[in-house]
Ligand binder design. Structure first.
Ligand code: ADP
Ligand code: MG
Length: 261
């Protein structure tokens, strides 16, 4: 691909992102000068306690909310330089969203839910040829005719992930995708996301507060009170417990620094 985005520039670039929420006369800084770069084919998790700004960051990366300052570039496109309409179109075509709740249409089968964005004409694509491949990648071939109420939570989330992939987006953003699942089903989703990255070159940014989930990514970015306080590669840790210990140490050290400031 030519133009501002190439194999040598990060697929996603977040620069100096700040977001405040005003409530009455108080203001919460949900994000403070956040920088982040994600390469094509990378699997990154954003880890942090409840209220640390994870969902806010993901919403801004998806262009679902606007920052007070800073920018988000996806494939070289500055999201907040686009008109609202152009941003909506860009999001539908280039960004895949997965949430904790699966948000499937109850009356449609798994395969109908997956191709719905194509049928609605919002993706810029007309062919549904990719359906077979997605059913296979997400281990859903045997479940394609089932409706959501005939599927387990893990299966429903797999349908939601397939739907997020149907437009062939540049990046998949997942906000606590295992949050409604038991640990076995949650680990299944993590393994699948890892496989989508390794075998199909997907770029994934996933939010979680759990070390057992974060450990599946290649790199972890730690948020605390809206700030990035650390970023590390998961390969240096043998398992989720070692990662959890490091995470807790990093958060505790940030607390001490704040107290001294
Ligand atoms: P996380 O996803 O890490 O739990 P959030 O990004 O949801 O954190 O929230 C970060 C902070 O911003 C929290 O203090 C939260 O209460 C606040 N916040 C998030 N969304 C809103 C909103 N729409 N209005 C007011 N405050 C908000
Ligand atoms: Mg959240």
């Amino acid at each position: 691909m030519s133009g501002p985005s190439s194999a040598f520039t990060p697929l996603l670039r977040v620069k100096n992102l700040t977001k405040r929420f005003r409530q009455g006369n108080t203001s919460i800084e949900a994000l403070r000068e956040v920088h982040l770069a994600v390469n094509r084919g990378e699997f990154v998790t954003v880890m942090g306690a409840s209220g640390s700004g994870k969902s806010t960051l993901l919403h801004l990366i998806a262009g679902l909310a606007k920052p007070d300052s800073g920018r988000v570039e996806v494939e070289g496109t500055d999201l907040f330089a686009l008109s609202d309409r152009a941003l909506t179109i860009f999001r539908r075509r280039r960004i895949g969203l997965v949430f904790q709740a699966y948000n499937l249409i109850p009356s449609l089968t798994a395969e109908q839910n997956i191709i719905l964005p194509i049928l609605m004409g919002s993706t810029g694509r007309e062919s549904t040829d990719q359906l077979e491949g997605l059913l296979e990648q997400l281990d859903l071939t045997g479940r394609r005719k089932h409706r959501p109420d005939q599927l387990s939570g893990g299966e429903q989330q797999r349908v939601a992930i397939a739907r997020a992939l149907v437009a062939d987006p540049a990046v998949v953003l997942a906000d606590e995708p295992t949050g409604n699942l038991d640990s076995v089903a949650g680990q299944g989703i993590c393994r699948l996301l890892r496989r989508l990255c390794d075998e199909h070159g997907r770029t994934i940014v996933m939010v979680t507060h759990e070390a057992a989930v974060a450990v599946w990514a290649s790199r972890v970015v730690v948020l605390k009170d809206g700030r990035v306080i650390d970023t590390f590669k998961t390969a240096q840790f043998g398992d989720a417990d070692a990662l959890a210990t490091h995470y807790q140490n990093v958060v505790a050290a940030a607390q001490v620094t704040e107290a001294q400031a």
